[in-house]
Ligand binder design. Structure first.
Ligand code: GLP
Length: 238
């Protein structure tokens, strides 16, 4: 694990954007998994700026999302699908044919997971996974205690995960209780992983990661033996 401490949000966004842009320049057809949430917003802004300046091409890149709420339509503004189109994919003018996002409103969720895994396999697996970090150490929606061998699957969201999403919903009752998530196995198979650790409440998860021991109670520690894992962490969490 290459752990790099970064002074602030701007520095973190810059550092992550530089790595993502380098990978897309070296491999224009890269398959990339995208995180949502507050953490990657600055990174996505930087990628859009680079694209507008003509220094980032995404003509051939393929994009996937890490996770999605069960029960929300992709058009629902609270969905991760809507977030990614709004903050990254539409401003980058990515053609829909190059995008495959999890459908939280699929009638048959198990089938949706299987088809999603097939699409990932058809893309040749992930070249890059951009991850955020949950306060309980989750990555995507892989919660503490989840099976690390799982591919894409349905999960029950931890109470802390639901609470962390309250800003998106009018009331607690509206926050979905389930999610769809790429599994740890799929994420670990990505050829390169960028994990961004920023925001309040992330210190304990980062401490577990720095302890250097895989621990099912802290899903992010499943990444520890990955050959190309870069962690950009806000220095204030150290
Ligand atoms: C959610 C998402 C994760 C994300 C995490 C952190 O649970 N499913 O993919 O990494 O929140 O979000 P934030 O960056 O807003 O702290």
């Amino acid at each position: 694990m290459d752990l790099q401490w970064i002074d602030d949000e701007t520095g973190l966004a810059e550092a992550a954007a530089a790595q993502a842009a380098r990978l897309l320049a070296a491999k224009p057809k890269a398959a990339v998994a995208l995180a949502t949430g507050r953490t990657p917003r600055g990174l996505y802004r930087r990628l859009v700026q680079r694209h507008e300046a003509g220094s980032l091409a995404v003509d051939a890149a393929r994009f996937f999302n890490l996770d999605e709420f069960v029960g929300l339509r992709p058009q629902d503004p609270r969905s991760y699908s809507a977030y990614l189109w709004k903050h990254l994919l539409a401003p980058l003018h990515v053609p829909p044919a190059q995008v495959r996002l999890l459908q939280g409103d699929a009638g048959d969720l198990a089938a949706e997971c299987r088809v999603y895994d097939a699409a990932l396999a058809a893309a040749g697996g992930l070249d890059l996974a951009i991850l955020g970090l949950g306060t309980n150490g989750h990555i995507a929606f892989n919660e503490p205690g989840d099976d690390w061998k799982a591919a894409t699957h349905v999960v029950t969201l931890a109470p802390s995960t639901r609470r962390a999403q309250h800003h998106l919903f009018a009331s607690e009752a509206e926050i979905p209780t389930q999610g769809l998530t790429m599994g740890i196995a799929t994420i670990r198979a990505a050829r390169k992983i960028l994990l961004l650790a920023m925001g309040e409440g992330k210190a304990a998860a980062l401490t577990a990661l720095r302890a250097g021991k895989p621990d099912p109670a802290w899903p992010a520690t499943a990444l520890l033996d990955h050959p190309d894992l870069t962690v950009f962490a806000d220095r204030r969490l150290g």
